[in-house]
Structures are given as structure tokens and as C-alpha cells.
Design a protein around this ligand. Structure first.
Ligand SMILES: Nc1nc2c(ncn2[C@@H]2O[C@H](COP(=O)(O)OP(=O)(O)OP(=O)(O)O)[C@@H](O)[C@H]2O)c(=O)[nH]1
Length: 291
């Protein structure tokens, strides 16, 4: 989900809301069939009924296939299929003039509840993605930074992996705002995060630490490997062109690693110190934490 833009995430949330409401409509019709003995939807009697309702159509549509490995999405699909199987059995009994037994109704009712809960949980998962992002740049928030770096630190402490962090600070950013206006400054921030993201792997993270300061987290990477990537980021930032004017934007980088022997805050501080060395050494450069 991290690779999706806020707009894409909002679109999925809207679709989930629509899927939930069409599912409720389907349930209402089913109740009519079961209680008032109105004619059932022919598709509800098919073995693959779960593929024919509006929810099933959404669930199998190509544009949500990126969710195929999401555990909640998978279990929602299973709950939905099971619910249709149970509904089919109930419709069948009514069509055969038989009463609905409690032992058939209860599991069906249970699967209806489970499905609603899972849709809601998936919706919340998506909503949290947006909530945990800075609205301007869509980098993760500083609040997430500490939580997620502590998780990485726990892996480092258990000897499971290395984790590099880099502090990125735009150079003389105030001048951009002063010369071209705050809106231009915003464009630079958004574009810079896009550049940084384009060099990251799926499991790397970028956080907005302050106004024009960002932290990159690169798990399972050595300092040597990450340094090459960060160097490419530095070059990409300096090569940006903007429609609003001839602004030359550069950034200074301070690289550090999470260590079992120090706290996350201390590692961030070391990255910060390295970044300040990059500033004092002339900016537009990458410095490593010597510790
Ligand atoms: N446009 C815009 N500007 C911001 C935002 N957040 C912070 N800033 C500006 O970022 C600027 C940061 O300025 P300084 O801290 O002086 O740093 P700098 O000019 O980049 O100088 P050095 O870091 O020393 O290279 C300030 O002018 C802030 O107003 C934002 O969301 N949008």
C-alpha cells in the first residue's frame, strides 16, 4: 500500500464503501427472498455466486489485484465466498419448500457479520495509510518515524538485519521561498520526495522529519550499498528543473546506522550531525556518521 498515492488510496476507500453498501443491498434482497419468498436472483443459485454480485465484481477487478497478497483482502475474499455458499443453501431450502434451520441460519448470519468486520478493517488499514502521511509530500509522518524505527531497531538488536538511516536536508531552501514564493517551495518539496522515492526499494521508507528535512530508512542494507543509492539521490535532486523558474535545488545528506548499542534517537542524532558536516563542508554532499 505504501507505493500508492493518497489519491489512489482514497479511491480504494471509496470503492470499499460502495462495495459495502451494495453488499448491504444484496443482503436486504436476500431477506425478502427468505422471508417473503420473492424470486431469488438466478446468479445467487450458481456455484460461483460470489463472483457475480457487485462486491465479487469489485473484488476480482484487475485494478485491486495489487491487494492479492494482503492477508485481510485474502480473508475477506474467503469470507465472502463462504457467505454466498451458505446463502445458496438457505435459498435452496426455501425453493424446496423447506424451513430454514437454526443450524443453517446461524453460520450464515455469522459470515455476514465477519464480512462486514473485515471490510471495515481493510478500510481502516487504508485510512491509516493516509493518516500516517504528511499531506503535502505524502512522505510518512514524524510520528510514524519513531514507531517504525523502533521496530527496525528490534530486528537489529536480534541480529536479524542492518538498517541504514539518512537525514536529508534541502540546501538554502529559505531562498527558494523568498525568491519564488511559498507555493514554489511546496512544489520543490513534493518533487524532491518523488525523486527520493524513485530511488528507494519497496521496503525502504521516507519520513518528513521537519519542514525541509526528511529521513530515509533502508533496512537490510550496508552503509556501502546505501551510499551508492544516496549518491544517486543527491545527483537526481540537483538535476531537477522547475516550471516556476531557474531554481537550483540541492540537498545535504547525513548517513548513519541503527545500532544495538544505542537508542533510535541517538542514531537519528548521529545522522543529523553527519548532515550538518555536509552543510558546513559546502552542502550538496553526503557525509557518513563516523561512529
Ligand atoms: N514552502 C514551504 N516551505 C517550508 C515548509 N516547511 C518549512 N519551510 C521553510 O523551509 C525553510 C527552512 O529554512 P532554514 O531552516 O533557514 O534552512 P535553509 O534555508 O534550507 O538553509 P540550510 O539548511 O542551512 O541550507 C524556512 O524558510 C521554512 O519556512 C513547507 O511546508 N513549505
Amino acid at each position: 500500500m505504501d507505493s500508492l498515492s493518497n489519491q489512489q488510496v482514497q479511491k480504494v476507500i471509496l470503492e470499499l464503501d460502495q462495495a459495502l453498501s451494495s453488499h448491504e443491498q444484496w443482503y436486504k434482497n436476500l431477506q425478502r427472498v427468505l422471508i417473503s419468498h420473492t424470486a431469488p436472483e438466478p446468479s445467487d443459485l450458481k456455484n460461483d455466486a460470489h463472483l457475480h454480485c457487485d462486491f465479487g465484481q469489485w473484488y476480482t477487478s484487475p485494478h485491486v489485484q495489487f491487494l492479492q497478497e494482503n492477508p485481510l483482502f485474502i480473508s475477506l475474499g474467503k469470507a465472502h465466498e463462504k457467505m454466498h455458499r451458505r446463502a445458496r443453501h438457505l435459498i435452496q431450502r426455501i425453493s424446496d419448500g423447506l424451513p430454514i434451520l437454526v443450524r443453517d441460519w446461524d453460520p450464515f448470519d455469522d459470515s455476514i457479520v465477519k464480512m462486514r468486520v473485515k471490510i471495515q478493517a481493510l478500510r481502516e488499514e487504508f485510512a491509516a495509510v493516509v493518516q500516517n502521511r504528511d499531506p503535502l509530500t505524502e512522505a510518512k509522518t514524524r510520528a510514524r518515524l519513531l514507531t517504525e524505527l523502533c521496530e527496525q531497531q528490534a530486528l537489529v538488536q536480534r541480529g536479524k538485519q542492518l538498517c541504514v538511516i539518512a537525514m536529508v536536508d534541502l540546501d538554502h531552501f529559505k531562498r527558494i521561498n523568498d525568491e519564488y514564493g511559498h507555493a514554489a517551495g511546496d512544489i520543490v518539496l513534493v518533487s524532491t520526495v518523488k525523486q527520493l522515492k524513485s530511488h528507494l526499494r519497496a521496503y525502504d521508507r521516507i519520513y518528513r522529519y521537519g519542514g525541509e528535512e526528511f529521513i530515509i530508512c533502508m533496512p537490510s542494507t550496508s552503509v556501502e550499498q546505501s551510499r551508492e543509492v544516496i549518491e544517486r539521490m543527491r545527483v537526481a535532486i540537483a538535476a531537477q528543473h522547475f516550471d516556476f523558474g531557474k531554481a537550483h535545488v540541492t540537498a545535504s545528506f547525513g548517513v548513519s546506522v541503527l545500532r544495538a548499542s544505542r537508542t533510535v534517537e541517538e542514531s537519528i542524532h548521529c545522522a543529523d550531525k553527519a548532515m550538518y558536516r555536509a552543510k558546513t563542508a559546502g552542502r550538496n554532499r553526503v557525509e557518513l556518521d563516523p561512529e
